[in-house]
Ligand binder design. Structure first.
Ligand code: G
Ligand code: G
Ligand code: MN
Ligand code: NA
Length: 254
């Protein structure tokens, strides 16, 4: 409860910010996306990880307000970057399972895009595999609506939950994000290599793109590239950056 009131205060006192982690084409190393990641700087506690406060925000329902704030801020930033003439890429925003189940979600997303004047093709929404598989028929309906609004979906942390592959086929999903836990030991662990190779092959067969998260080394990058992974995200290229740092980063690599 204390976390929740502190969070409510944080939202009012502008302690929340968004960092952006660039995503790269595995083929040519160009920036093709960015993931928005929420940050809380508490005046006494310093940086508080979303892993610590998102569960409390979900239990209290405050995540709906926070999630809407994140989406609006990130969409507004993306619009500003495009208006400045930055080369286009797709902005990915995380959705909590609680947000995803909220009946107003598709309308909320459409309203924010319209008000901020960002064309929907620049937005991707990430939902975890467990969130998608919690109630697959309901998830299909929500994804269909988002798809109708022109927004694409990615399945986050893919591979660690139990995925019903027959449902995966029915989801209007554009991309699978291969969980970091499989990428970490990809150079040494034959089982992780087998899992990653299988996810990429399955995604290919289903017409889905793949992105590997948590890529930190050249060896990981090369394995993923050789096995047909489409996109790369991780410290090897860049950690999550402030909006200002992100702007400079794009400028330097262009
Ligand atoms: O960037 P970092 O490693 O601190 O993120 C930790 C976790 O918090 C990740 O699982 C990430 O998906 C989640 N997260 C970051 N930003 C958001 C957000 O805006 N909304 C939700 N629901 N989760 C987020
Ligand atoms: O939403 P998701 O659970 O995918 O959040 C991604 C998380 O992974 C964020 O907390 C981000 O800060 C973190 N992250 C991004 N790149 C790397 C990386 O190369 N290594 C590690 N260990 N974490 C990373
Ligand atoms: Mn994510
Ligand atoms: Na993830």
């Amino acid at each position: 409860m204390q976390v929740v009131s502190a969070l409510r205060h944080a939202l009012e006192q502008h302690q929340l910010t968004i960092h952006y982690q660039p995503q790269f084409s595995a083929r040519d190393g160009r920036i093709i996306g960015a993931e928005a990641l929420l940050r809380w700087h508490h005046p006494l506690l310093g940086q508080v990880s979303p892993e610590e406060f998102i569960p409390a925000a979900e239990d209290s329902g405050l995540i709906v307000t926070i999630g809407e704030w994140v989406l609006r801020r990130a969409v507004r930033q993306m619009k500003a970057w495009l208006d400045e003439g930055m080369a286009p890429f797709v902005l990915a925003v995380n959705l909590s399972t609680v947000q995803f189940r909220h009946p107003n979600l598709p309308a909320m997303v459409a309203t924010i895009l319209a008000e901020e004047q960002l064309p929907p093709q620049y937005l991707e929404l990430e939902l975890t595999e467990s969130g998608a598989m919690h109630d697959p028929p309901a998830a299909i309906a929500v994804m269909d609506q988002l798809h109708e609004h022109g927004v694409r979906m990615a399945i986050d942390d893919f591979g660690i939950a139990y995925s019903s592959l027959s449902y995966l086929k029915k989801f209007k999903v554009y991309k699978l994000k291969i969980d970091q836990s499989f990428v970490r030991d990809i150079s040494a662990d034959p089982e992780d290599r087998a899992i990653v190779t299988a996810i990429i092959a399955m995604a290919r067969g289903l017409g889905l793109r793949t992105i590997a998260e948590g890529v930190e080394t050249q060896a990981q990058l090369e394995f993923l590239r050789e096995h047909g992974c489409d996109e790369i995200q991780g410290y090897y290229y860049s950690k999550p950056l402030t909006a200002e740092q992100f702007g400079r980063f794009v400028h330097e690599v262009e």
